[in-house]
Design a protein around this ligand. Structure first.
Ligand code: NAP
Length: 252
């Protein structure tokens, strides 16, 4: 079978990296990663070991139109098409309307929401050339449940509507667009934002576990990646505009 060519944003960390690890085990995917900093790319390569050379790690900012265009050219030159796009790059900064600065708000909306719009729009010519193309947006349980960060919740509510809108609009090209909406997953997101130290985040993760009917917070590779892979694969050819809660039962 011809391998699917799939781009994963935020592939150097957390849910993006867990997805890469899972996809590498399926052997049906040619994987490109696009993430912001060199540091996590080096750490991700170290974690993947010998498998690291099976992934094309590229660096850039999804909220920069220039970087998105550069990415388009790179993929066009090498592969000529894209069969899958996982929009996993994202950030959080805790705070409500009283605490959050306008700059923090703009940053979250630019990366989490506008970034998905700009990147998907830029790559659309390549996605149209793909076979049974699938776009998977990583949204969040916070798209429907207020709490933690006002900009994050608002950005993820926007992502769900992007998913529905693009699902409706792009069906004519046989491009599916779906969202995966996790509750808490153990990643670098809160330490990267400076909201938690690693020690405080580890403690927080343990304390959250009893709030989940399934008794724990999520693991990127084991708990989230299989749903992403299902949506990328030809097992979900009649599914579009859908919002998949994967949350250990937290939202019940
Ligand atoms: N963790 C959770 O509890 C949770 C729950 C629900 C939804 N999510 C969503 O899952 C997605 C992945 O988050 P995560 O938890 O895996 O976080 P993470 O471990 O911090 O990984 C985020 C990745 O996105 C990249 N990134 C951030 N801003 C970027 C930008 N402007 N351009 C390109 N890449 C950028 C980061 O780059 P660097 O490697 O350079 O940092 C990193 O590789 C996010 O959309 C998040 O909202 C997470």
């Amino acid at each position: 079978m011809e391998k699917k060519i799939v781009l994963i944003t935020g592939g150097a960390s957390g849910i993006g990296l867990g997805t890469i690890e899972y996809l590498l085990e399926q052997e049906d995917y040619e994987i490109i990663s696009f993430s912001k900093g060199e540091k996590n790319i080096a750490l991700a390569k170290e974690k993947l070991g010998d498998n690291a050379n099976k992934v094309l790690f590229l660096q850039g900012d999804i909220s920069s139109e220039k970087d998105c265009k550069r990415l388009y050219t790179e993929i066009d030159n090498r592969f000529k098409k894209l069969d899958g796009l996982v929009n996993a790059a994202g950030i959080i900064k805790l705070g409500g309307i009283e605490e959050q600065t306008i700059q923090e708000w703009n940053n979250s909306i630019n990366i989490n929401l506008t970034g998905i719009f700009v990147l998907t729009k830029t790559l659309l010519p390549l996605l149209k050339k793909g076979k049974n193309t699938s776009v998977v947006n990583i949204s969040s349980m916070s798209s429907e449940k207020a709490g933690g960060s006002i900009a994050y919740c608002a950005s993820k509510a926007g992502v769900d509507m992007l998913t529905k809108y693009m699902g409706q609009e792009l069906g004519k090209y046989n491009i599916r667009v779906n969202s995966v909406n996790p509750a808490a997953v153990y990643t670098n997101i809160y330490v990267a934002s400076g909201d938690y130290t690693q020690e405080a985040y580890d403690k927080w993760s343990e304390e959250k576990a009893p709030l989940y009917p399934l008794g724990r917070i999520g693991n990127a590779k084991k708990d989230i990646a299989p749903t992403i892979e299902f949506l990328l694969s030809d097992k979900s050819l009649w599914t579009t505009g859908a919002i998949y809660l994967v949350d250990g039962g937290k939202s019940i």
